[in-house]
Design a protein. Structure first.
Length: 225
């Protein structure tokens, strides 16, 4: 089990250490004992560290990169093309909150042009109806919304943002209105574990999606948003 912080890459949950152990476990060898070079299938693009929420378990680095240190649109488009050439099929646009990027629609268009199946991982705060419509027009394939709890008051308190849960419900309805696949991501912890059944069922959002059941992910290392 990794220490809470790592001197080499200080984060609230040290994915770097965990990934090193996972990599050594999953590397495949050929009959001669040489590592087999495998093509990557997915790319996680952290577009920004900016986020309107303040979730205490967030895995954003402790030292956040400023806005001026973010890659620009053209660079991301080049990264997507190069990733596709390497064999990447799926792209996950993450952060921070991707909606903080004013060029998010152009970034999504660059991903679509590269032939990547593109998933937006969002807190819902910052993704307005007009932005969502632009993303759909740009070729976005899928949306994943993070929630903090099934109870609105608790969810807003954990996120540190009044009205966040209502924004998530509204975006869920809008996503389905555009006929995009929708999944829900939640982190289970001591504050919300008593409502884990409600989070799995999630009636406050499921009622928005015409009877289709969103998937619930419960990672041990918390994602952003």
């Amino acid at each position: 089990m990794s220490q809470p912080y790592c001197a080499a890459s200080p984060t609230r949950s040290c994915w770097s250490c965990d990934n090193d152990r996972a990599r050594s476990f999953w590397i495949k060898l050929d009959p001669a004992g040489r590592p087999i070079q495998q093509k990557p299938l997915g790319l996680l693009a952290e577009l920004t560290h900016r986020c309107p929420l303040g979730c205490p378990y967030c895995s954003n680095p402790l030292a956040l990169d400023p806005r001026e240190g973010e890659l620009d649109t053209a660079t991301w488009s080049r990264v997507f093309r190069e990733a596709a050439e390497l064999g990447v099929l799926q792209l996950h646009l993450s952060g921070g909150e991707p909606g903080a990027r004013r060029d998010l629609i152009d970034i999504a268009a660059g991903a679509h042009a590269a032939g990547l199946y593109t998933n937006l991982i969002t807190s819902a705060v910052g993704i307005t109806e007009s932005v969502l419509a632009g993303l759909v027009q740009a070729g976005l394939d899928h949306v994943q919304i993070s929630i903090q709890d099934s109870d609105a008051q608790s969810a807003d308190r954990i996120a540190g943002y009044a009205g966040a849960f209502a924004r998530k419900r509204a975006l869920a309805a809008a996503v389905v209105g555009h006929k995009l696949p929708l999944t829900v991501n939640a982190v289970v912890h001591c504050t919300n574990i008593d409502r884990i059944g409600d989070m799995v069922d999630l009636p406050s959002i499921r009622s928005q999606i015409s009877g289709r059941i969103p998937q619930l992910s419960m990672p041990s290392a918390a994602p952003h948003g």
